[in-house]
Design a protein around this ligand. Structure first.
Ligand SMILES: Cc1ncc(COP(=O)(O)O)c(C=O)c1O
Ligand SMILES: N[C@@H](CCOP(=O)(O)O)C(=O)O
Length: 468
């Protein structure tokens, strides 16, 4: 399998190279040069497989000969062996139509663990084949950071520098990052928003002063391997609900468009998905883009669902590229316009193609609180604010065919956002014991101005050059 850049001019890479590369050298994102697909019979044969085996089957076409099927299965067993639930991503029924897919049973209590536990192992596997050192530079609005740090802390040949917006992540999210005191972990709180952090990370991939010396790598969803691993749980859920004979809809709390793009990939691979509902909070650039074609970023409003407080959604570029007919030169031009003006209009082709699968909905603070209350009072489930936003959107999708179940992706454990959950439901969910004595541990974090020069200098002083 080869991967091509959405902007058309970076070299095509294989899976091993694309995993270590992160962002393409032309500023684009890598996507498979074509979508692999399964027949209905092949999908039916996956029903009932343990999660690690299903993961190997779904991901093998993307991995190609970078890993044998036997080795990939060893890695998926190792990655998902750390999850606290035997099903890895268990599915729960709320009422006749509504279901919740719990993605937070990994070590750091959010869906990011599903991909990052595997990505940490893939980095180690591929670094073992070469004499290189990796410098991971990531941006987080709370969850990617802790999951990535857990996945790579203490690993030889890897340093991780994780940027988060100062004061805009929950206490649990911050402590899950800053209390990891391994020497290869560097937490940085920046003045600014997640979007500012993400822009600086992307800029570093295109700074020859940094890439010439350091092996800059990505743990954000700009890294293809992140999305690939997230495709698996769409298969897991749909198979339990009757796929391939029955269609399923998914409602996805969305920020950087990675999770819902993984659903798009599952549909491209043959999974019968009736609809993907893109649920946003008041930072609603994606809702506006999908409903009116207006992709224009405003300023970020802090909300009780901080991991979705994003205006510039990296992975939307992957959809625009694929939906727009895979024209790299046109995509590069469209993204240049967006980077310069912070606003573009989707083309008719992009809008029509996206509308075949996606709808969108926006939830404000009271929609979110009402969804949390409904789940708690009517179904006995305590949900986190991000999940509640998607549940609001799922319940609002009344035009779906009556026999289509709707699966809301539960992206974080409610204990990560305990204050917002308590305000809405009166319940203060306890932290699961697997996160240990989080509030007793010492924290280490550097606070830097939100400027590229300050971040680049900080990284350059501490990182190990790529060739030792
Ligand atoms: C809890 C939670 N829900 C939803 C999202 C949004 O997911 P995505 O950025 O893949 O759209 C995030 C952040 O990525 C998150 O941490
Ligand atoms: N919500 C995310 C933002 C980063 O998204 P990613 O999926 O691109 O890593 C977070 O929790 O950090």
């Amino acid at each position: 399998m080869k991967y091509v850049s959405t902007r058309g001019s970076a070299p095509a890479l294989d899976f091993e190279e694309v995993t270590l590369a992160g962002l393409a050298s032309d500023g684009g994102l890598y996507v498979p040069e074509s979508w692999p697909s399964f027949s209905a019979d092949e999908i039916a044969a996956m029903a009932g497989l343990p999660y690690a085996e299903l993961a190997q089957k779904v991901m093998q076409p993307f991995v190609g000969d970078s890993l044998t099927p036997e080795r990939l299965l060893e890695l998926t067993r190792q990655a998902y062996g750390r999850f606290a639930h035997a099903a890895v991503t268990p599915l729960k029924q709320l009422d006749e139509r509504q279901w919740v897919l719990e993605l937070f049973h990994g070590p750091t209590l959010a869906f990011k663990d599903v991909a990052l536990q595997l990505l940490g192992l893939l980095f180690e596997e591929f670094l073992g084949r070469r004499d290189d050192h990796l410098t991971i530079v990531g941006a987080t609005s709370g969850d990617t950071g802790s999951a990535a740090i857990d996945a790579v802390a203490g690993r030889a040949k890897i340093d991780i520098f994780m940027l988060h917006p100062h004061g805009r992540v929950s206490d649990v999210q911050r402590r899950q990052m800053t209390t990891v005191l391994a020497p290869n972990v560097h937490n940085i709180a920046i003045d600014g928003s997640f979007d500012d952090a993400q822009a600086m990370v992307k800029r570093m991939f295109n700074d020859p002063g940094m890439t010439g010396t350091f092996g800059i790598a990505a743990v954000n969803s700009i890294n293809w391997a992140r999305l690939m691993a997230q495709v698996v749980y769409y298969f897991a859920a749909a198979l339990q609900l009757g796929a391939p004979q029955r269609k399923v809809a998914f409602s996805v709390p969305t920020g950087n468009f990675g999770d819902v793009f993984a659903g798009y990939v599952a549909a491209k691979m043959g999974l019968p998905i009736e609809r993907l509902i893109v649920a946003t909070n008041v930072n609603d650039i994606l809702h506006r883009a999908l409903s009116t074609g207006d992709y224009s970023a405003g300023t970020v409003t802090p909300t009780a669902a901080p991991s979705m407080d994003i205006q510039v959604s990296s992975n939307f570029e992957r959809l625009l590229f694929d939906a727009g007919g895979r024209d790299g030169a046109a995509m590069a031009e469209q993204m240049r316009t967006f980077e310069a003006t912070k606003a573009i209009q989707l083309t008719n082709a992009q809008r029509e193609s996206a509308a075949a699968l996606f709808t969108s909905a926006r939830a404000d603070a009271s929609d979110m609180a009402n969804a949390m209350r409904w789940a708690h009072e009517e179904c006995g489930e305590v949900l986190d604010p991000h999940t509640a936003i998607a549940l609001h959107a799922a319940r609002a999708a009344t035009d779906l065919p009556a026999d289509v179940p709707v699966v809301t992706l539960a992206t974080a454990h409610p204990a990560k956002f305990v204050d917002a959950v308590e305000r809405a439901t009166g319940v203060r969910p306890p932290l699961p014991s697997r996160v240990g004595d989080l509030f007793e541990r010492a924290e280490a974090c550097s606070h830097l101005p939100g400027t590229y020069d300050a971040i680049a200098a900080f990284v350059a002083e501490r990182a190990t050059p790529k060739h030792g």
